[in-house]
Design a binder for this molecule. Structure first.
Ligand code: URA
Length: 256
C-alpha cells in the first residue's frame, strides 16, 4: 500500500468512527474458523461424515467503536458515496428486524424492489425467504416470525443490473456488515448464497460445497445455505430441499 492509499484508508476508518488502529502482533494470530457438519459446541467429534477441519478465518475487520449500535452504524453510513454502487441507487438498504435477534440472515445485495423500498428481501426472493423461515419454524414447532430475526446484506446499495458486488465494494460495505454483526452479536448467522458465504466466512469454495456446514465469524457459528433467488429457478428443486434442511439445522441450533 502506498502513502496515498494508506491516507485514504485512514480517512475511511475515521468515517467509520474508528479512532484507534492497532497493528496485529505476531503473538496475536487470526482466530481459527471451525468447519464441520456439526453445530459448534464444547466438544466436536469427528465422524465418517464430519471431519472437523481448522482453517484460517477471514482477515478481521478493524475495531468497531465501543458500544456500537445499529443506529450509530446507520448514522456513520449517512448518505454514503464511498463506492460506485451509490451512483445508481435509490435507497440505502441497511437491514430490518429485531436488533437483539439471536439469528441474522445475510444476503448479497439489494435488488430492484429492495432499492425502491429501502428494506432487504421484499421482492420475490424475499417472499420465499419469509416463507422458508416461517414455514420451517412452524413445521419444527418453533414459534418464529420473520420480524423476530434480523436480515441484511453484504452491500447496502443495489449493484447495477443485479450483478455480483465487486471485491472493493464488498470490502467497503463489508465493514458496516461486520459492525452490524458485532453490535447484534447473534447466536448464529445464516449466509444466503456464495457472496454472503465468502464475505462472512472468508472461504472461497462454491456454495454447493459450503452449504449445510458450520463455519464461524469470530465467535459466532455460521450456517451457509443457498440464496433464495437460486431456489426460485424451476430446475433447482433438489436445492430447495437441501435449503430447508440447512434452515432446520440453524433454527434448532438457535431456538432449541
Ligand atoms: N437478494 C439479496 O441478496 N438481498 C436482498 O435484499 C434481495 C435480494
Amino acid at each position: 500500500m502506498n502513502a496515498d492509499q494508506i491516507r485514504k484508508r485512514l480517512e475511511f476508518y475515521q468515517d467509520l468512527g474508528i479512532k484507534d488502529i492497532y497493528k496485529q502482533s505476531p503473538a496475536d494470530p487470526p482466530v481459527p474458523a471451525l468447519v464441520s457438519n456439526q453445530p459448534p459446541g464444547p466438544v466436536v467429534t469427528a465422524t465418517a461424515e464430519s471431519v472437523p477441519v481448522v482453517m484460517l478465518a477471514p482477515t478481521l475487520p478493524p475495531l468497531a467503536p465501543d458500544n456500537d449500535t445499529l443506529f450509530q452504524i446507520l448514522t456513520d453510513i449517512g448518505d454514503c458515496h464511498r463506492c460506485r454502487l451509490s451512483e445508481g441507487r435509490n435507497k440505502i438498504v441497511f437491514g430490518v428486524g429485531n436488533e437483539h435477534a439471536p439469528l441474522v440472515f445475510v444476503g448479497e445485495g439489494p435488488g430492484a424492489d429492495e432499492d425502491e423500498q429501502g428494506i432487504p428481501f421484499v421482492g420475490r426472493a424475499g417472499q420465499l425467504l419469509t416463507q422458508m423461515i416461517e414455514g420451517t419454524a412452524k413445521k419444527e414447532g418453533i414459534p418464529l416470525q420473520r420480524a423476530d430475526v434480523y436480515i441484511c446484506n453484504v452491500v447496502k446499495c443495489r449493484p447495477p443490473g443485479n450483478r455480483t458486488p465487486e471485491a472493493d465494494e464488498m470490502e467497503t460495505c463489508g465493514q458496516f456488515l461486520y459492525r452490524q454483526l458485532s453490535a447484534i452479536h447473534p447466536k448464529a448467522i445464516c449466509a444466503l448464497g456464495g457472496t454472503a458465504a465468502r464475505a462472512v466466512t472468508g472461504h472461497k469454495e462454491g456454495v454447493t460445497k459450503m452449504r449445510g456446514r458450520w463455519f464461524q465469524w469470530r465467535d459466532i457459528p455460521v450456517m451457509v445455505t443457498y440464496h433464495p433467488s437460486y431456489l426460485l429457478r424451476p430446475y433447482n428443486q433438489d436445492a430447495k430441499k437441501e435449503a430447508w434442511e440447512d434452515l432446520k439445522k440453524v433454527l434448532h441450533f438457535v431456538y432449541d
